[in-house]
Design a protein around this ligand. Sequence first.
Ligand SMILES: [Zn+2]
Ligand SMILES: [Zn+2]
Length: 153
Amino acid sequence: MDSRGEQKIIDQLRRSRLRATGQRLAIMQALDESFEHPSAEDIFNTLRKAHPTLSLSTVYKTLQVMAEMGAILTIETGIGGLRYDGHIHPHHHAICIRCGKVYDVDFDQYPVDLNRADIIPNFKIRSIKVYFSGICAVCDSLKGKPSAPPAGD
Ligand SMILES: [Zn+2]
Ligand SMILES: [Zn+2]
């Protein structure tokens, strides 16, 4: 990672009042470089070679802390576990119900004004999550083709 990329990640952690530890930096970097909205396992598999002492439970815990502090986003796909996003500019997500892929949706396509204090009285909104679900182009192009036989029951 070049020093400018590293500085960007350190700033992102600092804005969330998190110290830039080696593990946090490594996980943030993996998130920053991925546009696939990886799972904790995906991140662990990306990092395990270069960081042999890192455990999956550390990855989980680190992600949880960073998400709670607002340094990263979590995405609930409804299939499988949580997915993570290091790109925290306002944007929405579209989730394919077949393959579970998560696609970014431009905020301008569906803007929500978080500065409106009256959206929910007596409730301080920290973030907004809008999920679109459907079938992605890849899965759609596979329709009509014979699918794998269902697992026997
Ligand atoms: Zn799909
Ligand atoms: Zn995203």
